[in-house]
Design a protein around this ligand. Sequence first.
Ligand SMILES: [Zn+2]
Length: 285
Amino acid sequence: MNVHTIDLELMGMAGVVAAYFIPSSAGHLIVDCGPSSTLPKLKAGIAALGYDIADVKHLLITHIHLDHAGGAGTMAREFGLQVYVHKNGANHLMRPERLLESATRIYGAMMDTLWGAFEAVPEQQLAVLEGHETLSLSGFEVQAVYTPGHAIHHLAYAFGRDVFSGDVGGVRLADSDHVVAPTPPPDIDFAAWRESIVKLRALEPKRIYPTHFGAHDNVEQHFANLEQSIDQLEQLAKEILSSGGGADEIAKANWSTCQSPNWQFRPRAEIRTLHPVPDGSQWVG
Ligand SMILES: [Zn+2]
């Protein structure tokens, strides 16, 4: 199996949001297509590999946050492909109005620039999963694994020991070993998250592919660092709540954990200053 990491360069930022492209003569696969604002990048990335995006047959969505799934409806309409999603997120893909309302409250006038259109996925093109299925797709056996913690509608996908971990497997940029648990509102659940890591470990991955960003081989160290991040964030949240703080303070503290000295990435200032949502959530939601 060949996995190609396509850099969607969200808002011109390299190495932050990936789509994974897996070619097959029986119809290509994509894990997380990103928002529709970056579809031209996705098309160009696939074309540069010598393939045509119109030949993508299966789009596997880890979760419905805009940076992962925003372009799914547009791709479904343009290419007639099948979209795979957890049952807790299916309704939002078919009827995105509520999701868009709340996202617009957060992103305001920047909605379009950041994410582009979020079109509905027609019901007949949606494969609704529970997260314990083994699918046979274009010659690949793909295990869908329910992995809540980051979101209640989160799936990981295992192609043998290659595991696409969405956001539940943490955020790890460039060649850094620094792993952060992305914790945007609303359904962070640290206990469920730890259980999901147990499920991911049980797959014995030899390589892990977080959407943010790229393939990583030293998986056990990756998980250990992720668990450390979860412990740290949970401790911070407890301390803040017990001293009378709330969600905003927790969000700021979350962001401070991203400030690793060996992590060069900094979001562009215009994104960070948009609104009071935690800086880290602007791009990792
Ligand atoms: Zn994300």
